[in-house]
Design a protein around this ligand. Structure first.
Ligand code: NAP
Length: 277
């Protein structure tokens, strides 16, 4: 698999254009379920082996168990080739909670956190959370910080609170069927050197069943899912993080890396889904 990474100026480094989502692995919304652990670990390990070295998780997923599964999945891989993202749940956004939550995540992951995101806007004043998150960098717990489920105005406000670092990444919902950020947050991230992480990129599998995408993919020898994901990574600051527990899905999704749609096909697809813009 040829390397497919993108460079992001705020971080000053490259990150895999496609990552591995983990929502649903190890349980659900603050609930732990260990019954499908082996399947999840095997899927993540296969993805990493094939070059998807970006992993997205959160303290909320499986009440921390998804992070424990990530710890198992990364065993034996060179740590500095991986980029591990986890998220702070908004109920932990008060200054005295942030360090505790970050340390607990790092403990479950068994390693430092490359990128720590505030999962969603919280009831706590944003500057309180941002300043506490910024301190985690000096403590060596996290390398970069960012935001999830934020619009441009709220991102600007959060940035104004920071003194030593900048927001390195935004993670929002984006797919061919959910495109509003293409007019707002995506160009903003591009202008400001940030990474944009697109979540729910396959619309939970729906885009993998689109005959139109399968047809465009034929001349590339690619599937509908691979075309949908490649269409996203053709956009400058976008990296995509599909989740797959099934090995065959992981292998298929990783095949969205290492090539690009032609400009004409990219535009044809954009036009076909323009109702979602
Ligand atoms: N920041 C946030 O608020 C937020 C919100 C939602 C998601 N996320 C992150 O983004 C990740 C991805 O989003 P998501 O899990 O909501 O949705 P998604 O990636 O669009 O869809 C996942 C679903 O699609 C299936 N799938 C994966 N690859 C496939 C393929 N090649 N063909 C057919 N079906 C396929 C998976 O099945 P199997 O699992 O059975 O293989 C799973 O049921 C999450 O896991 C999470 O890490 C973040």
């Amino acid at each position: 698999m040829p390397e497919d990474k993108k460079y992001f100026p705020v971080m000053g480094e490259k990150v895999s254009s496609l990552g591995l989502g983990t929502w649903g692995m190890g349980g659900g919304f603050w609930t732990r379920d260990t019954s499908r652990d082996e399947e999840a670990v095997a899927a993540l390990r296969r993805g990493i082996e094939l070059g998807a070295t970006l992993i997205d998780t959160a303290e909320m997923y499986g009440a921390g168990h998804a992070e424990e599964l990530v710890a198992r999945a990364i065993e034996g891989f060179p740590r500095d080739e991986l980029f591990i993202v986890t998220k702070l749940w908004p109920t932990h956004a008060a200054a005295d909670e942030v360090e505790k939550a970050a340390r607990a995540s790092a403990n479950r992951l068994g390693t430092y956190i490359d990128l720590y995101l505030l999962h969603a806007p919280a009831d706590v004043p944003i500057c309180e959370t941002m300043r506490a998150m910024e301190k985690l960098i000096d403590m060596g717990i996290v390398r970069f910080i960012g935001l999830s489920n934020f619009g441009v105005e709220a991102i600007e406000e959060a940035r104004s609170c920071l003194s030593k670092t900048d927001i390195a990444a935004i993670q929002n919902r984006h797919s061919l069927m959910y495109r509003r950020d293409e007019r707002t947050v995506i160009p903003y991230a591009a202008r400001n050197g940030m990474m944009y992480m697109a979540y729910t990129p396959l619309e939970k599998g729906r885009l993998a069943r689109e005959p139109f995408l399968a047809e465009v993919g034929e001349k590339y020898g690619k599937t509908a899912a691979q075309v949908a994901l490649n269409w996203q990574i053709c956009i400058d600051p976008v990296v995509t993080i599909p989740k797959a527990s099934r090995i065959e899905h992981v292998e298929e999704n990783v095949g969205a890396m290492g090539w690009r749609l032609s400009r004409e096909d990219w535009e044809l697809i954009s036009k076909h889904y323009s109702a979602y813009l």
